[in-house]
Design a protein around this ligand. Structure first.
Ligand code: C5P
Length: 240
């Protein structure tokens, strides 16, 4: 079986307004950790970039811990866009194809962050009733664009395939299809987070896999690990 490289993000991000207060969401990281575990169990090379979660690192997985969306973007860029001189040189010298990389963006990245973060805990009297927010970078979109613009013949990047998640509350398939096109993804995993037994914090999920070529595969309710195994197999299928 071909060995792939997986880079997986998981969990929430935290956007601090001072050292003890932050904006975040209820993601527990279970889906992303399951993807990392399933990929490692298939013998792939796996790096897991995790927001603040309380899960154990799966066996055989290299883990990088981050806090904010900007930290997560920097870690993803380091993994996907840093020059790979040894690998590239090997490929050029021997014409060995570089290992295809799959970026699975499972993380529930906070879309906004406080415009300012105080270095010390804010006293109640120092806080106003309104909080000014600014947009966070879209990690998946950013790396997709940068990968498309970064091919250098002297330092090639391995072919990189992007897989996103779409946690929706309505128009699930139409929204997922739009995101797949907009973020230039190979595949998107769509789920309705209002459904019982699916979405944040549960051990099960019911998802639909939508591919770039328009194919749609609706999976029954299953454990997150079983969903993760299906995702990994689908990635093996579309990687050359
Ligand atoms: O939040 P949204 O529904 O657009 O998320 C779709 C995909 O984009 C997910 O895979 C998520 O991990 C990724 N995303 C991201 N950076 C963001 C927001 C979402 O990488 N700021």
């Amino acid at each position: 079986m071909k060995r792939l490289r997986f880079v997986v993000t998981a969990g929430p991000t935290r956007e601090h307004l001072d050292p003890v207060r932050f904006l975040s969401n209820p993601s527990t990281g279970k889906m992303g950790f399951a993807v990392a575990r399933a990929a490692a169990a298939r013998g792939h090379d796996v790096t897991l970039i995790a927001g603040p979660v309380s899960l154990k690192t799966p066996k055989g997985v290299r883990r990088v811990d981050v806090t904010s969306a900007r930290d997560m973007l920097a870690a993803v860029e380091r993994e996907l866009l840093s020059p790979l001189p040894d690998l590239a040189a090997r490929a050029l010298a021997k014409a060995v194809p570089l290992t295809p990389t799959v970026f699975v963006s499972t993380a529930a990245v906070a879309d906004w962050r406080p415009a300012k973060c105080a270095a010390r805990k804010l006293k109640k009297g120092q806080m106003s009733d309104t909080l000014k927010l600014v947009r966070n970078p879209d990690i998946l979109k950013t790396v997709g664009r940068r990968l498309a613009n970064s091919s250098s013949p002297s330092l090639p990047h391995p072919p990189t395939y992007l897989v996103g998640f779409a946690a929706e509350t309505n128009d699930v398939i139409a929204e997922a299809r739009r995101k797949c096109r907009e973020k230039n993804l190979e595949m998107i995993v769509a789920n309705d987070v209002t459904e019982k037994g699916a979405g944040f914090g549960t051990d099960t999920n019911r998802v639909t896999l939508l591919r770039r070529d328009g194919s749609v595969e609706k999976l029954p309710m299953m454990t997150k690990l079983a969903v993760a195994r299906r995702i990994v197999r689908a990635c093996e299928d579309f990687c050359p």
